[in-house]
Design a protein around this ligand. Structure first.
Ligand code: UDP
Length: 450
């Protein structure tokens, strides 16, 4: 990156876990394409930068910088995905403050604007100190954002540790959601855990952001979007990002050729995202449900399928199924042969399912995933949660059958098909996301230091 001749220098602060840094870099790449002359310094942990930045492509005006990960000397990962997150959150905001100082010293270029993951409440203070605008990216859905913005109201209304099945009737838009669907630390659970504590501080600080961008589009959850637009300086839906910018397809395992051999809406695609792996008994139940339903399946499997799936399952289903360690998910969901997506309900996965027009079966684990599940099932009506919230053989067989072989499933396909078209329209020229994106570019060009 050419810092010397840059017209502006923007520091970008990424959250280095789950699928957070990837959409942030997507947005920054789009901003960079629209703002030649601006350099972006992208701050994340070394591990996150290594997996987020493309290997075979150089980004001219976006340069990765590493921040401390907060891990103790000699730390070794033992399998709990929440542990590194907790160490990292404990190192905030000191690690970013140090990195920003080092960045300015190294490049000789002061910072003109701050773009961060919306998780970083402290960015409001740093932006004030630097006297620059703060743009935040919320990488999940508008409904989850509203929950964090309204945490105090929700706590007053439904109480702390109240009944799990109590409806969130603090607002009519939320009456289909219940207490138990909320992220941990809103009305129950461990309030002091690092991520809930971070999000608790995020709510009140967001009104200090010059603009909040979100990876969604205005027609999805429009009433909630309008509430947010009326409440914040600028709430700009500019997604879905991966519709707005194509990325090269890595299909080393031949998933797409395999899918092309199958009938329309017949294949079960399974993935639980980049963090979670369901417990062994649920993996076994899912395998049995697939086998007994005799359905073709494509499974993006984190871990070792030979060791973790029931003995003989792989052999018995070898003509029906394909298991890969990582898949080109968006392209898979866009393939005509995929009929249902078994997912953990991460926001990126929900959006990609919409882009593909594929109804979902959701097995949520943490964060916004329960909320997304209930919203997809009860508000939008294009997916199913599982009875009891976990994967059982019978529950999964029933849900698979319902989506793939019943009128109810066809209706879901039609409903999600409507959103698919709206999402595509949003990113076309003059679409709402395209227009909102122009506003964001304008903010960078007019309010940041000159
Ligand atoms: N993903 C992928 N290939 C896989 C599994 C996941 O490309 O085999 C991508 C998926 O397309 C999505 C992201 O990983 O963009 C998962 O994000 P999500 O928000 O759903 O879940 P998280 O990873 O944050 O738990």
């Amino acid at each position: 990156a050419n810092y010397k001749n840059a017209s502006k220098h923007i520091a970008v602060l990424a959250f280095p876990f789950g699928t957070h840094a990837v959409p942030l870099l997507r947005m920054v790449r789009q901003l960079s394409d629209a703002s030649p002359g601006v350099v972006f310094s992208f701050l994340s942990t070394e591990q996150s930068n290594n997996s987020t930045f493309p290997k075979d492509e150089k980004l001219d005006n976006i340069k990765p910088f590493h921040v401390g990960d907060g891990l103790p000397e000699g730390y070794s990962f033992k399998g709990n995905p929440h542990e590194p997150v907790e160490y990292f959150v404990k190192a905030l905001p000191g690690n970013f403050r140090e990195a920003i100082d080092a960045l300015v010293a190294e490049t000789g270029k002061r910072i003109d604007c701050l773009i961060t993951d919306a998780f970083y409440w402290f960015a409001a203070d740093i932006a004030d100190e630097l006297n620059v605008p703060w743009l935040a990216l919320w990488t999940a859905g508008p409904r989850a954002f509203f929950i964090h913005a309204e945490t105090d109201v929700i706590r007053r209304h439904v109480g702390i540790n109240g009944p799990p099945d109590k409806a969130l009737d603090f607002h009519q838009e939320f009456s289909a959601i219940s207490n138990a669907d909320l992220p941990d630390g809103i009305t129950s659970g461990n309030f002091d855990a690092p991520v809930p504590a971070l999000l608790d501080k995020m709510g009140p600080s967001m009104s200090r952001a010059t603009a909040i961008a979100a990876n969604s589009y205005e027609d999805l959850d429009n009433t909630v979007v309008n509430l947010l637009k009326s409440r914040f300086n600028m709430f700009l839906n500019i997604g879905p990002f991966n519709l707005a910018s194509g990325s090269p397809i890595d299909d080393t395992h031949g998933c797409l050729d395999w899918l092309n051999k199958h009938n329309q809406a017949s294949v079960v695609y399974i993935s639980f995202g980049s963090v979670i792996s369901p417990p062994p008994h649920e993996l076994a139940a899912l395998s049995e449900a697939l086998e007994e339903s005799d359905l073709p399946y494509l499974w993006s499997f984190r871990g070792n399928p030979e060791k973790q799936l029931p003995p003989g399952f792989l052999e018995r289903t070898s003509s029906k199924g394909k298991i890969v360690p990582w898949a080109p998910q968006l392209k898979i969901l866009e393939n005509q042969s995929v009929g249902v997506f078994v997912t953990h309900g991460g926001w990126n996965s929900v959006l990609e399912s919409i882009i593909g027009g594929v109804p979902m079966i959701l097995r949520p684990f943490f964060g916004d995933q329960r909320l997304n599940t209930r919203t997809v099932e009860s508000v939008w009506g294009f997916g199913l949660g599982l009875e009891g919230g976990t994967i059982t053989k019978e529950g999964t067989k029933k849900a698979l059958n319902s989506i793939l072989s019943t009128e109810e499933g066809n209706k879901m396909r039609l409903k999600i098909g409507v959103q698919k078209e709206l999402a595509r329209k949003a990113v076309q020229p003059n679409g709402s996301s395209a227009e909102n994106f122009k506003t964001l570019v304008k903010i960078i060009n007019t309010t940041c230091h000159q």
